[in-house]
Design a protein. Structure first.
Length: 478
């Protein structure tokens, strides 16, 4: 569990204590922990102000349980335990200063609730005596855990290696409790596999808290909790095995071109089923021969993207062979370099038919499949020209601006169906089209394989994080 210790940092202010609870639970900790000192402590007039009422604890536990989280007490007063049991405390923590307090330990053991015994001020001898006393009083120690902490703020005293040694010596689970003034040690603790992670939290209502130096600010709590959980997942099961990517039906438009060719080869490495569309049939046949394996499907179709009959024929073939498409990648493009006075209407319209209209037709057709599946990827390969204008390329620049606008609108339209539309706009690339670029060093251009690697990553990335619009540029522009 991830346990946020409020301790006595509420300073006896019940509204402040309630704020702690609400914000800790909102940050998705597993449990919260308050501290009730020994009775003598509260007889002091100053300390009396720091005591929370019984009615507060009752309401606090009810509130926490409604949120399906656990409520614990660091207990130093055995006479308080009957009340705490009555209101339903989930677990107890015993401070290291009480590790030899047999009366307290025995009374807590009688509750049969989970117990965490802190070892902060203790050595092996004292811990051993405490564990022996525990075993005398209960037959089964399954609810007993130790907490490794050093109660020192300097990072060199953290001593993570003690977690494993304590566990081996006493045959008990060992949690980690942070007292370092560097909260990043919480992340470092994870490879040592503590049973639970304890850390203090603090708000901003008072200038000084009881546990101040090593406490995490409530404003930062969610970030720490999220990262702890992610890093815990990263440990895995320890078994080294080949990871497989779920096979998808992928349609690549413009597969015979430089970027399309590279993307095709990358997806073939990942063993996806591929339907390849391009203008040059010989290039498609050669590509199919290079990538075909026994356990994946590779089909090709030579298509003139300005011809509706060709497009209809290709769609019918795709439907017959694959049924549905999971991933659509539009890489086709025509790069016309001409001043406006020399650009014909036919050339301008051809640029839009290939660069914009074709992606529209295929997206419209196969996004229907993706909606039904509640999963899909549409990748439109644009250009840095979508963000700028370049001399003598009015048809190309305007069509790429249009493709970017199309991608932006489609992203908003389909995202609710778990369909992600990506617009990837590379700068100058080492392709046949890239060689038409003037006054630039071709050797510094982006490599098609680099773009392909990026596309493959986007297709496989299935988290909540999303970047729908990506611009790719080379480091050295010459």
């Amino acid at each position: 569990m991830i346990i946020a210790e409020i301790g006595k940092n509420h300073n006896g202010i019940e509204k402040y204590a309630q704020e702690y609870i609400e914000r800790c639970l909102a940050a998705d900790v597993d449990a919260i922990l308050f501290h009730i000192r020994e009775r003598e402590f509260y007889k002091n007039n100053q300390n009396k102000k720091k005591e929370l009422s019984d009615s507060f604890y009752k309401k606090a536990i009810e509130f926490t349980k409604k949120k399906k989280k656990q409520f614990g007490i660091t207990i130093a007063d055995p006479l308080k335990i009957p009340f705490l049991e009555k209101i339903g405390v989930d677990f107890y923590k015993i401070l290291s200063q009480d590790i030899t307090n047999k009366i307290l330990i025995k009374r807590v053991l009688q509750t049969k609730k989970p117990i965490y015994i802190s070892t902060g001020f203790s050595d092996y001898n004292e811990i051993e005596k405490a564990i022996k006393f525990v075993k005398i009083n209960i037959k089964n120690t399954k609810n007993i855990k130790l907490i490794h902490t050093t109660l020192r703020s300097d990072i060199e005293y953290v001593n993570f290696n003690a977690i494993e040694k304590l566990s081996e010596k006493f045959k008990l689970p060992v949690a980690f409790g942070n007292h370092s003034n560097n909260p990043l040690v919480l992340f470092t603790s994870i490879p040592y596999k503590p049973s639970d992670i304890f850390f203090y939290v603090k708000g901003s209502k008072v200038k000084q808290h009881q546990d101040d130096e090593h406490a995490i600010k409530l404003d930062d709590l969610k970030w720490y909790v999220n990262n702890i959980r992610d890093l815990q997942k990263s440990l895995g099961n320890g078994v080294k095995e080949k990871l497989s990517i779920e096979k998808k039906n992928c349609l690549i438009i413009g597969a015979s071109g430089g970027i399309g060719n590279a993307i095709t080869k990358k997806l073939a490495e990942q063993n996806h089923n591929l339907f390849l569309i391009g203008k040059n049939k010989n290039k498609l046949l050669k590509l199919k021969k290079e990538i075909k394996k026994d356990d994946n499907i590779v089909e090709i179709e030579s298509v003139d993207l300005t011809n509706d009959k060709h497009i209809d024929r290709a769609i019918k073939k795709i439907r017959k062979i694959f049924g549905k498409i999971d991933v659509l990648i539009n890489t086709s493009g025509v790069f016309l370099i001409k001043p406006i006075q020399k650009t014909t209407i036919e050339e301008f319209e051809e640029s839009f038919k290939i660069n914009v209209r074709a992606p529209f037709i295929f997206s419209k057709e196969f996004s229907k499949d993706m909606k039904k599946s509640k999963w899909g990827r549409i990748v439109n390969i644009g250009s840095s020209s979508a963000y700028a204008g370049f001399k003598d390329s009015v048809a190309y620049c305007s069509s790429k601006h249009a493709l970017l606008g199309f991608s932006r609108a489609l992203f908003l339209e389909l995202k609710e169906n778990n369909i992600r539309v990506y617009s990837i706009s590379p700068g100058s690339t080492q392709t046949k089209m890239g060689k038409l670029s003037k006054d630039q060093d071709f050797e510094t251009f982006l490599k098609p394989k680099e773009i392909a690697d990026y596309v493959a990553f986007l297709i496989s990335f299935d988290k909540q994080l999303i970047s729908e619009e990506i611009r790719l540029n080379r480091i050295n522009i010459k």
